[in-house]
Design a protein around this ligand. Structure first.
Ligand code: SF4
Length: 302
Protein backbone atom coordinates (compact mmCIF):
# COMPACT_ATOMS: atom_id res chain seq x y z
CA UNK A 1 0.00 0.00 0.00
CA UNK A 2 1.33 3.41 -0.91
CA UNK A 3 2.15 5.71 1.94
CA UNK A 4 1.85 9.43 1.55
CA UNK A 5 4.64 11.80 2.56
CA UNK A 6 4.37 12.11 6.28
CA UNK A 7 4.32 14.90 8.85
CA UNK A 8 7.44 13.45 10.47
CA UNK A 9 9.52 13.58 7.31
CA UNK A 10 13.06 14.51 8.19
CA UNK A 11 12.56 13.89 11.91
CA UNK A 12 14.84 11.60 13.86
CA UNK A 13 13.05 8.37 14.69
CA UNK A 14 14.35 5.33 16.55
CA UNK A 15 11.99 2.98 14.73
CA UNK A 16 8.40 2.49 13.70
CA UNK A 17 5.71 0.11 14.79
CA UNK A 18 2.29 -0.78 13.46
CA UNK A 19 -0.35 -2.71 15.40
CA UNK A 20 0.15 -5.72 13.12
CA UNK A 21 3.87 -5.97 13.74
CA UNK A 22 3.47 -5.21 17.43
CA UNK A 23 0.95 -8.04 17.53
CA UNK A 24 3.39 -10.33 15.74
CA UNK A 25 6.06 -9.69 18.34
CA UNK A 26 3.64 -10.14 21.22
CA UNK A 27 2.49 -13.46 19.76
CA UNK A 28 5.91 -14.81 18.80
CA UNK A 29 9.26 -12.98 18.53
CA UNK A 30 10.56 -15.50 15.99
CA UNK A 31 7.58 -14.96 13.73
CA UNK A 32 8.18 -11.20 13.97
CA UNK A 33 11.84 -11.70 13.04
CA UNK A 34 11.16 -13.94 10.03
CA UNK A 35 8.45 -11.62 8.74
CA UNK A 36 9.97 -8.21 9.50
CA UNK A 37 13.75 -8.65 9.75
CA UNK A 38 14.30 -11.50 7.28
CA UNK A 39 11.31 -10.41 5.19
CA UNK A 40 10.66 -13.95 4.03
CA UNK A 41 7.87 -14.39 1.49
CA UNK A 42 4.61 -15.91 2.72
CA UNK A 43 1.95 -17.77 0.81
CA UNK A 44 -1.33 -15.86 0.70
CA UNK A 45 -4.19 -17.67 2.37
CA UNK A 46 -7.77 -17.66 1.09
CA UNK A 47 -8.89 -16.17 4.42
CA UNK A 48 -6.39 -13.32 4.23
CA UNK A 49 -7.26 -12.51 0.63
CA UNK A 50 -10.97 -12.62 1.46
CA UNK A 51 -10.17 -9.97 4.07
CA UNK A 52 -8.44 -7.83 1.45
CA UNK A 53 -11.33 -8.13 -1.03
CA UNK A 54 -14.05 -7.49 1.55
CA UNK A 55 -12.18 -4.51 3.01
CA UNK A 56 -11.79 -3.01 -0.45
CA UNK A 57 -15.45 -3.54 -1.15
CA UNK A 58 -16.53 -1.93 2.12
CA UNK A 59 -14.35 1.07 1.28
CA UNK A 60 -15.72 1.35 -2.27
CA UNK A 61 -19.31 0.91 -1.09
CA UNK A 62 -19.24 4.37 0.46
CA UNK A 63 -18.26 5.93 -2.87
CA UNK A 64 -21.77 5.06 -4.08
CA UNK A 65 -24.73 7.38 -3.49
CA UNK A 66 -26.24 6.43 -0.14
CA UNK A 67 -29.43 4.96 -1.61
CA UNK A 68 -27.41 2.48 -3.69
CA UNK A 69 -25.52 0.92 -0.76
CA UNK A 70 -27.70 -2.16 -0.66
CA UNK A 71 -26.79 -5.82 -0.03
CA UNK A 72 -27.55 -6.73 -3.66
CA UNK A 73 -25.38 -3.94 -5.01
CA UNK A 74 -22.53 -4.87 -2.65
CA UNK A 75 -22.68 -8.56 -3.55
CA UNK A 76 -22.64 -7.58 -7.21
CA UNK A 77 -19.34 -5.78 -6.63
CA UNK A 78 -17.49 -8.84 -5.29
CA UNK A 79 -16.28 -10.15 -8.65
CA UNK A 80 -14.93 -6.73 -9.65
CA UNK A 81 -13.23 -6.22 -6.28
CA UNK A 82 -11.50 -9.59 -6.65
CA UNK A 83 -10.40 -8.75 -10.20
CA UNK A 84 -8.91 -5.44 -9.05
CA UNK A 85 -7.07 -7.14 -6.20
CA UNK A 86 -5.69 -9.91 -8.42
CA UNK A 87 -4.71 -7.36 -11.11
CA UNK A 88 -2.59 -5.61 -8.50
CA UNK A 89 -1.13 -8.91 -7.23
CA UNK A 90 -1.37 -11.51 -10.01
CA UNK A 91 0.37 -14.17 -7.90
CA UNK A 92 -2.82 -14.41 -5.82
CA UNK A 93 -4.39 -16.32 -8.71
CA UNK A 94 -2.09 -19.25 -7.90
CA UNK A 95 -3.99 -19.65 -4.62
CA UNK A 96 -6.87 -21.09 -6.66
CA UNK A 97 -4.71 -22.88 -9.20
CA UNK A 98 -5.93 -20.43 -11.85
CA UNK A 99 -2.51 -20.06 -13.43
CA UNK A 100 -1.40 -23.65 -13.18
CA UNK A 101 -2.63 -27.21 -13.03
CA UNK A 102 -2.31 -27.16 -9.23
CA UNK A 103 -5.43 -27.75 -7.26
CA UNK A 104 -6.61 -25.01 -4.94
CA UNK A 105 -9.78 -23.93 -3.24
CA UNK A 106 -12.71 -23.56 -5.63
CA UNK A 107 -12.88 -19.90 -6.56
CA UNK A 108 -16.67 -19.94 -6.90
CA UNK A 109 -16.97 -21.21 -3.31
CA UNK A 110 -14.47 -18.64 -2.17
CA UNK A 111 -16.34 -15.78 -3.87
CA UNK A 112 -19.49 -17.04 -2.17
CA UNK A 113 -17.67 -16.83 1.18
CA UNK A 114 -16.86 -13.17 0.38
CA UNK A 115 -20.57 -12.53 -0.25
CA UNK A 116 -21.44 -14.25 3.04
CA UNK A 117 -19.02 -11.95 4.86
CA UNK A 118 -20.82 -8.99 3.29
CA UNK A 119 -24.16 -10.32 4.49
CA UNK A 120 -22.60 -10.40 7.95
CA UNK A 121 -21.87 -6.70 7.57
CA UNK A 122 -25.40 -5.80 6.46
CA UNK A 123 -26.77 -7.69 9.47
CA UNK A 124 -25.02 -5.10 11.62
CA UNK A 125 -25.13 -1.79 9.81
CA UNK A 126 -27.13 0.02 7.16
CA UNK A 127 -24.52 1.93 5.14
CA UNK A 128 -27.29 4.03 3.57
CA UNK A 129 -27.51 5.79 6.93
CA UNK A 130 -23.78 6.35 7.37
CA UNK A 131 -21.33 8.88 5.94
CA UNK A 132 -17.87 8.01 7.25
CA UNK A 133 -15.58 10.98 7.79
CA UNK A 134 -12.52 9.01 6.69
CA UNK A 135 -11.87 5.57 5.20
CA UNK A 136 -8.69 3.53 4.95
CA UNK A 137 -6.81 6.48 6.37
CA UNK A 138 -3.08 6.46 7.08
CA UNK A 139 -2.28 7.75 10.56
CA UNK A 140 0.97 8.18 12.42
CA UNK A 141 2.30 9.74 15.59
CA UNK A 142 5.82 10.32 16.80
CA UNK A 143 6.11 9.65 20.52
CA UNK A 144 8.45 11.58 22.80
CA UNK A 145 10.77 8.59 22.72
CA UNK A 146 11.04 9.14 18.92
CA UNK A 147 9.20 5.89 18.24
CA UNK A 148 6.89 6.29 15.27
CA UNK A 149 3.48 4.62 15.52
CA UNK A 150 1.61 4.18 12.28
CA UNK A 151 -0.97 2.22 10.39
CA UNK A 152 -4.19 2.34 8.41
CA UNK A 153 -7.57 2.84 10.08
CA UNK A 154 -10.51 1.24 8.26
CA UNK A 155 -13.03 3.93 9.12
CA UNK A 156 -13.45 7.03 11.25
CA UNK A 157 -16.96 8.32 11.94
CA UNK A 158 -17.50 11.78 13.38
CA UNK A 159 -20.89 12.59 14.87
CA UNK A 160 -22.54 16.01 14.77
CA UNK A 161 -21.42 16.64 18.36
CA UNK A 162 -17.81 15.98 17.32
CA UNK A 163 -17.50 12.59 19.00
CA UNK A 164 -15.23 10.21 17.12
CA UNK A 165 -15.78 6.50 16.48
CA UNK A 166 -12.87 4.41 15.21
CA UNK A 167 -14.02 1.31 13.31
CA UNK A 168 -12.15 -1.77 12.16
CA UNK A 169 -13.67 -4.59 10.10
CA UNK A 170 -12.72 -8.21 10.76
CA UNK A 171 -13.80 -10.88 8.30
CA UNK A 172 -13.37 -13.66 10.85
CA UNK A 173 -15.38 -14.50 13.94
CA UNK A 174 -15.37 -12.55 17.19
CA UNK A 175 -12.95 -13.64 19.92
CA UNK A 176 -14.04 -15.85 22.76
CA UNK A 177 -14.93 -14.54 26.19
CA UNK A 178 -11.84 -13.10 27.87
CA UNK A 179 -10.02 -12.25 24.62
CA UNK A 180 -11.85 -9.02 23.81
CA UNK A 181 -9.22 -6.81 25.40
CA UNK A 182 -6.43 -8.35 23.35
CA UNK A 183 -8.54 -7.92 20.21
CA UNK A 184 -8.97 -4.22 21.01
CA UNK A 185 -5.21 -3.56 21.17
CA UNK A 186 -5.14 -2.47 17.52
CA UNK A 187 -7.89 0.11 18.04
CA UNK A 188 -6.34 1.39 21.27
CA UNK A 189 -3.13 1.84 19.29
CA UNK A 190 -4.98 3.90 16.64
CA UNK A 191 -6.85 5.85 19.32
CA UNK A 192 -3.49 6.73 20.88
CA UNK A 193 -2.18 7.91 17.49
CA UNK A 194 -5.28 10.04 16.87
CA UNK A 195 -5.19 11.46 20.38
CA UNK A 196 -1.51 12.40 20.08
CA UNK A 197 -1.85 13.95 16.62
CA UNK A 198 -5.32 15.49 16.66
CA UNK A 199 -5.75 16.14 20.35
CA UNK A 200 -9.11 14.35 20.32
CA UNK A 201 -9.81 11.31 22.44
CA UNK A 202 -11.97 8.93 20.37
CA UNK A 203 -15.29 8.27 22.08
CA UNK A 204 -15.85 4.72 20.84
CA UNK A 205 -13.63 1.99 19.43
CA UNK A 206 -15.58 -0.57 17.45
CA UNK A 207 -14.58 -3.94 16.03
CA UNK A 208 -17.08 -5.29 13.49
CA UNK A 209 -16.84 -9.07 13.04
CA UNK A 210 -18.41 -10.13 9.77
CA UNK A 211 -17.86 -13.86 10.36
CA UNK A 212 -20.51 -14.05 13.07
CA UNK A 213 -22.10 -10.58 12.87
CA UNK A 214 -20.84 -9.43 16.22
CA UNK A 215 -19.63 -6.03 17.38
CA UNK A 216 -17.21 -5.23 20.18
CA UNK A 217 -17.40 -1.62 21.32
CA UNK A 218 -15.24 0.07 23.89
CA UNK A 219 -15.02 3.58 25.31
CA UNK A 220 -11.37 4.42 25.96
CA UNK A 221 -10.15 7.01 28.44
CA UNK A 222 -6.86 8.80 28.86
CA UNK A 223 -5.70 6.25 31.39
CA UNK A 224 -6.19 3.46 28.80
CA UNK A 225 -4.30 5.29 26.12
CA UNK A 226 -1.39 6.17 28.41
CA UNK A 227 -1.22 2.47 29.34
CA UNK A 228 -1.23 1.60 25.62
CA UNK A 229 1.63 4.04 25.06
CA UNK A 230 3.64 2.41 27.86
CA UNK A 231 2.91 -1.01 26.33
CA UNK A 232 4.10 -0.10 22.84
CA UNK A 233 7.21 1.57 24.28
CA UNK A 234 7.95 -1.62 26.24
CA UNK A 235 7.37 -3.72 23.14
CA UNK A 236 9.79 -1.58 21.18
CA UNK A 237 12.43 -1.93 23.90
CA UNK A 238 11.96 -5.72 23.79
CA UNK A 239 12.28 -5.71 19.98
CA UNK A 240 15.41 -3.58 20.25
CA UNK A 241 16.84 -5.95 22.85
CA UNK A 242 16.18 -8.92 20.56
CA UNK A 243 17.90 -7.11 17.70
CA UNK A 244 20.91 -6.47 19.93
CA UNK A 245 21.20 -10.00 21.23
CA UNK A 246 19.98 -11.84 18.13
CA UNK A 247 17.63 -13.86 20.36
CA UNK A 248 14.28 -14.17 18.64
CA UNK A 249 12.62 -16.91 20.64
CA UNK A 250 9.74 -19.00 19.29
CA UNK A 251 6.59 -18.84 21.36
CA UNK A 252 4.41 -21.76 20.30
CA UNK A 253 0.72 -21.09 20.74
CA UNK A 254 -2.35 -19.95 18.84
CA UNK A 255 -0.24 -18.10 16.27
CA UNK A 256 1.35 -21.34 15.01
CA UNK A 257 -1.80 -22.49 13.23
CA UNK A 258 -1.59 -19.61 10.74
CA UNK A 259 2.19 -19.21 10.75
CA UNK A 260 4.04 -19.58 7.42
CA UNK A 261 7.30 -20.44 9.14
CA UNK A 262 6.77 -23.79 10.81
CA UNK A 263 9.41 -25.26 8.45
CA UNK A 264 11.96 -22.84 9.97
CA UNK A 265 10.85 -23.07 13.58
CA UNK A 266 12.63 -24.91 16.41
CA UNK A 267 9.26 -25.49 18.08
CA UNK A 268 8.50 -27.78 15.12
CA UNK A 269 11.95 -29.43 15.13
CA UNK A 270 13.35 -27.18 12.41
CA UNK A 271 16.17 -24.67 12.17
CA UNK A 272 15.77 -20.94 11.46
CA UNK A 273 18.02 -19.41 8.80
CA UNK A 274 21.05 -17.37 9.91
CA UNK A 275 20.15 -13.80 10.77
CA UNK A 276 20.62 -11.40 7.90
CA UNK A 277 23.40 -8.86 8.27
CA UNK A 278 22.69 -6.44 11.06
CA UNK A 279 20.73 -3.58 9.54
CA UNK A 280 22.12 -0.09 9.74
CA UNK A 281 20.57 2.69 11.78
CA UNK A 282 17.06 3.71 10.93
CA UNK A 283 16.87 6.38 8.25
CA UNK A 284 15.89 9.73 9.65
CA UNK A 285 15.31 11.73 6.53
CA UNK A 286 13.30 11.58 3.35
CA UNK A 287 9.64 11.20 2.62
CA UNK A 288 9.39 7.84 4.29
CA UNK A 289 11.74 7.83 7.24
CA UNK A 290 11.80 4.13 7.97
CA UNK A 291 10.47 2.38 4.92
CA UNK A 292 13.58 0.25 4.61
CA UNK A 293 15.68 -1.62 7.10
CA UNK A 294 14.74 -4.28 9.53
CA UNK A 295 13.94 -1.97 12.38
CA UNK A 296 10.73 -0.63 11.04
CA UNK A 297 8.20 -3.21 12.11
CA UNK A 298 5.41 -1.75 10.11
CA UNK A 299 2.58 -3.30 8.25
CA UNK A 300 -1.00 -2.99 7.39
CA UNK A 301 -3.57 -3.71 9.99
CA UNK A 302 -6.35 -5.41 8.26
S1 SF4 B 1 5.40 -21.81 14.17
FE1 SF4 B 1 4.68 -20.87 16.09
S2 SF4 B 1 6.48 -20.72 17.41
FE2 SF4 B 1 7.20 -21.08 15.32
S3 SF4 B 1 7.61 -19.05 14.47
FE3 SF4 B 1 5.54 -19.59 13.89
S4 SF4 B 1 4.24 -18.71 15.53
FE4 SF4 B 1 6.34 -18.79 16.30
Amino acid sequence: MEEAATPVDGEHVVGALSPSRAGDFRACPLQYRLRTIDRLPEQPSPAAVRGTVVHKLLQDLFDLPAAERTPDRAEGMVQTAWELVVDAEPELATMFGLNSADDGPDIADWLTSCREALRGYFDLEDPRRLEPAEREVYVEALLESRLLLRGFVDRIDIARDGSVRVVDYKTGRSPGVGYESKALFQLRFYALVLWRTRGVLPTVLQLIYLGDSQVISYRPDEHDLRATERLVEALWRAIDEARSTGEWLPNPGFACARCSFQHLCPAFGNVPPPLPETPGPVSTTGTSPVTSGAAQGTGSSG
